[in-house]
Design a protein around this ligand. Structure first.
Ligand SMILES: Cc1cc2nc3c(=O)[nH]c(=O)nc-3n(C[C@H](O)[C@H](O)[C@H](O)COP(=O)(O)OP(=O)(O)OC[C@H]3O[C@@H](n4cnc5c(N)ncnc54)[C@H](O)[C@@H]3O)c2cc1C
Length: 421
């Protein structure tokens, strides 16, 4: 039976950046909060990303022309797009709907909506972590994009123009000035597009763990359990069911990242989301590092200076959640790192496979599901670390009544659900 106290209790499912941020903002608002994860905090996708607070990354993967380019990229061994072919029949329905967004109108709409979630990410992370033990991981910095030449940079004009339209204008550095600024980069890199006022996290996993400790300091509690279901009475959340028993509550946040689909479907919303598998290699004890996160345009991976070495992260591989890591994407990364950082030596490497939660329209699910008291905070694709601090705050604001739901219409969790359209 639920009590008066339970109605003020919120369960946050998922201790990645989105869940931990929601938990902290709710605890700061004086709410009683339990954070539930089957793993320790920060061990899902939030562990292994490139660590960039990429406020300018508002342009989705699905830009005009992708449909024509994708088959060639999939066949090209030297392209950062990979497919596990045995998974193709399962992913086909998602793929068709995803690629349907590769047009100018949708790309502009998505970019505008993402600018709201990620445009002020450094301030949002400072508000979340500033003056706490988590602050040690947060570094305001530039975010730079490395191209072989001006001609290569010009080929990305569509993306850069859209960024410019949303107020993100790079400084351009060319020729020898590139290596004066970043001596680790090969002389084959002839242009850097430098975005000011960005940032990075020196260890995304440790950052989320530190934030979880901040949450405990605020009086929150953390439970290690697998969420199995939610209990609704008269279409209102009453409890979250786990393998360790039910936790009574009056509201709950679904922040289980790429694993949110089945729970969302149990709640009656359609979640057309797949994993965009990505990889990282950490070069430990490196002889050189870039001074700021650097997107290597040819390899579509980011090299980021981190506390345990230089992390090179990226790649898109379509192949679902169940299969283990593939060798080809890692070999691709290693090959490109050798080309771009020819002088780099290191003691050893660490390799990782992770799962970006990729909805067909590249927009996260943020908001209340019907009037259930259950709030979605998942589906952040390539920008979940960047947008997680703000998303958690927005969802906490929805629960406490301080956030207007109308501001979040673009992210409605029921936007694909037939009855709701
Ligand atoms: C290679 C790569 C590079 C990336 N680089 C960047 C970057 O530089 N910048 C950026 O902004 N983003 C980046 N991203 C994306 C970003 O990492 C994700 O969008 C983000 O981490 C998602 O966070 P989350 O909190 O939604 O999910 P997660 O961090 O995955 O957290 C979800 C949690 O839910 C838990 N969970 C799941 N199911 C259950 C269940 N049934 N019961 C209990 N617990 C459950 C999991 O254990 C996990 O801890 C990158 C991703 C990849 C793969």
């Amino acid at each position: 039976m639920s009590t008066q106290n339970d109605s003020l209790h919120t369960v946050v499912m998922g201790a990645g950046i989105n869940g931990v941020s929601a938990a902290i903002w709710l605890a700061r608002a004086g709410r009683q909060v339990t954070l539930v994860d089957r793993l320790a905090p920060g061990e899902g996708t939030s562990h292994g990303n490139a660590g960039v607070l990429a406020s300018c990354s508002i342009v989705p993967v699905t830009t005009p022309g992708l449909l024509a380019k994708a088959p060639g990229m999939l066949m090209d061994r030297d392209s950062p797009l990979f497919m596990r072919w045995s998974y193709l029949p399962r992913i086909m329905p998602w793929l068709v709907r995803y690629l349907a967004h590769a047009n100018d109108a949708d790309t502009r709409r998505i970019a505008g909506a993402l600018a709201f979630i990620i445009g002020d990410s450094v301030e949002q992370h400072q508000d979340l972590a500033g003056n706490t033990r988590a602050d040690q991981w947060l570094v305001p910095s530039d975010y730079q994009f490395a191209y072989g030449s001006r001609a290569e940079f010009d080929k990305d004009a569509y993306v850069w123009n859209l960024r410019r339209d949303n107020g993100f204008v790079p400084d351009i550095i060319e020729g020898a000035a590139v290596q004066e600024r970043e001596p680790a980069l090969s002389s084959a890199i002839g242009l850097l597009a430098v975005m000011k006022h960005h940032g990075h996290i020196r260890s995304p996993g440790q950052y989320v763990k530190s934030l979880a400790e901040v949450f405990l300091d605020l009086g929150g509690s953390i439970r290690r359990a697998e969420v199995r279901d939610v209990e609704l009475v008269d279409d209102r959340i009453r409890a979250v069911r786990t393998d360790q028993g039910a936790i009574a509550c009056g509201s709950a946040v679904l922040a289980t990242g790429v694993w949110s689909g089945p729970l969302g479907r149990k709640l009656g919303i359609e979640v057309p989301m797949e994993s965009e598998r990505g990889y990282h290699v950490i070069f430990r004890n490196p002889s050189q590092m870039v001074t700021a996160p650097t997107m290597i345009a040819t390899g579509k991976f980011v090299a980021t200076p981190m506390h345990d070495g230089m992390r090179c992260a990226g790649i898109v591989e379509l192949g679902g959640l169940e299969a283990g890591p593939s060798r080809e994407p890692i070999d691709f990364l290693l090959r490109h790192v050798r080309q771009v950082f020819p002088q780099l030596t290191y003691s050893d490497t660490v390799e990782w496979l992770g799962h970006r939660p990729a909805p067909i329209d590249s927009l996260p699910f943020v908001g209340q599901i019907r009037s259930t008291g259950l709030y979605a905070a998942f589906g952040h694709h390539h920008i979940g670390l960047t947008g997680g601090a703000k998303t958690g705050r927005l969802v906490a604001g929805l629960i406490t009544g301080e956030q207007d739901a109308d501001d979040l219409r673009a992210f409605r969790p029921d936007r694909f659900t037939a009855k709701a359209r």
